[in-house]
Ligand binder design. Structure first.
Ligand code: NAP
Length: 454
């Protein structure tokens, strides 16, 4: 089946690509194997130079790259430009810090000299989603390549233009051929690729079913994986944080990237005493968001990435209503060409209903009342996911309770959840395992080798 690039704002087919043939996949795998052989011996200084150059190219071409993302998956152009800038930041972070993160570390033992060192593993398969079509890839590739691994990208089928653009950036930056390759493939072909002996390990960012499938195959092959999966992040508001801004911040946290972010706030847990006022302001803030053409700088929310995503979201809202939820605003597709959905606020989604435990990947928020911090923690943790949490309180005792009690990979206090190259990123429970970014991220795909000299 052809891989299609379709503009979600209009439904227009932009371009069709033929998936790679078996012979082409074989050539690319062989090239990756050979490229790894020399890349792993390339000194950090040369890797650093190429990674710095990649950052410069990203900055130089950010408008053009952003336009490809916006026309393929619908994020606003301004947010696409910011995403490309963040990729440049990620490249610079690892260009500057990789050697330090991977320096040998001495440990005093009864040996005359004992230390650990880090060596690359080989070709790493990266299965990536469309929602941050550049950042998800660069946050894998910048550390992996700086560590001396080589990358094989299987990107989401709806962003082939972005996938090919990333490969061009690395080639132009001076990475030798084969160090980073984009493979236009269907999801069904990915398993066989992972089974190939030349592929050393895999990382997947995406949905739970895709994660399970990759983990199962990798498990049967005894290959390391990192999984960054879905989330249903809580956004907790306590009385001390109630001010004129918080509801607007909350609406922004829900609708970032048209609501299609793993770390978007999805469940809003609000203290009883401020609940009514928060609800009123939040509904106003969601209504005020402008839905429209993602190329227009005045637009807050563009179309959802595919027809399937918008119809699944609509179906979830309908199921929530059937289960007893009330729609305070929105709740429908916007009759318009393109995959537009109204910013929506739901209350009374029953705990125990299916939708309560699902991820809503679009501009749909669920509001809940909580008695106090402890009650908020209990509700926050009543989720199969454990990616991020944003908690708003000026009370230091409550802050401590949230930091210690919420079961997620990251807790942001008085700030919305975001990734930063300097801090580890990842989840627990069904949000996945392993970490990206920072020193821990670059050490996911290396052999930590113990050296003991008597
Ligand atoms: P998806 O359908 O799982 O797709 C992600 C990638 O996996 C795509 O390249 C897809 O290829 C591939 N894929 C799907 N099924 C597969 C299978 N059975 N075997 C091998 N590969 C498979 O997810 P999505 O809808 O694109 O992305 C949204 C999800 O990603 C949400 O749940 C979101 O929360 C999560 N996400 C998580 C993070 C994080 O850091 N934790 C970040 C961003 C997104 P095709 O496109 O060809 O199907």
């Amino acid at each position: 089946m052809a891989i299609r690039s379709v503009n979600p704002a209009s439904g227009q087919l932009l371009k069709e690509y033929e998936p790679l043939t078996e012979a082409a996949i074989e050539r690319k795998l062989e090239l990756a194997r050979q490229a790894f052989h020399s890349w792993k011996q390339t000194p950090f200084s040369l890797r650093r130079e190429a990674m710095q150059k990649a950052a410069e190219i990203l900055e130089r071409d950010k408008q053009q790259l952003a336009t490809v993302a916006t026309t393929e998956m619908g994020k606003t152009l301004a947010s696409a430009v910011a995403e490309v800038e963040k990729c440049a930041l990620g490249c610079r972070y690892y260009a500057e810090n990789a050697e330090r993160h991977l320096a040998a570390e001495e440990t005093k033992t009864n040996a005359s000299h004992s230390y650990r060192m880090y060596q690359p593993l080989g070709p790493i398969l990266a299965v990536m989603p469309w929602n941050f079509p550049y950042w998800q890839v660069f946050r894998f590739a910048a550390p992996a390549l700086m560590a001396g691994n080589v990358g094989l990208l299987k990107h989401a089928s709806n962003v082939p233009g972005c996938a090919l653009a990333i490969e061009r950036v690395f080639l132009e930056a001076g990475f030798p051929e084969g160090v980073f390759q984009t493979l236009l493939l269907e999801a069904e072909r990915t398993g066989k690729l992972l089974e190939d002996d030349r592929v050393a390990a895999a990382t997947l960012t995406g949905s739970e079913p895709a994660g399970r499938s990759i983990a199962k195959i990798a498990g049967s092959q005894l290959k390391k994986t990192v999984l960054e999966l879905g989330g249903s992040d809580p956004f907790v508001v306590m009385p001390s944080a109630m001010d004129g801004e918080i509801a607007r911040t909350a609406a922004g946290a829900r609708c970032i990237n048209n609501g299609q972010s793993c770390i978007a706030a999805k469940r809003f847990l609000v203290a009883d005493s401020i609940y009514q006022e928060f609800e009123r302001q939040f509904v106003e803030a969601m209504k005020a968001l402008r839905v429209g053409d993602p190329m227009d700088p005045k637009t807050d929310i563009g179309p959802l990435a595919t027809e399937k995503i918008v119809s699944e979201l609509d179906e979830q809202v309908k199921r929530a209503k059937t289960a007893g939820a009330t729609v305070l605003t929105g709740g429908k597709r916007i009759p318009h060409s393109g995959n537009y959905y109204e910013p929506t606020v739901l209350t009374g989604v029953p705990r125990g209903s299916d939708v309560f435990y699902e991820e809503l990947f679009g501009p749909v928020a669920m509001l809940f009342r909580v008695r106090d911090a402890q009650d908020a923690i209990e509700l926050a943790n009543d989720s199969p996911f454990g990616l991020g949490a944003s908690v708003w309180t000026r009370d230091e005792r409550e802050q401590e309770l949230f930091i210690n009690g919420i079961e997620t990979g990251q807790v942001f206090v008085n700030a919305t959840v975001a990734s930063d190259p300097r801090m580890p990123f990842g989840g627990v429970k069904r949000s996945g395992y392993g970490r990206e970014l920072a020193d821990i991220g670059i050490r996911e795909f290396v052999n930590t080798k113990t050296i003991w000299i008597r």
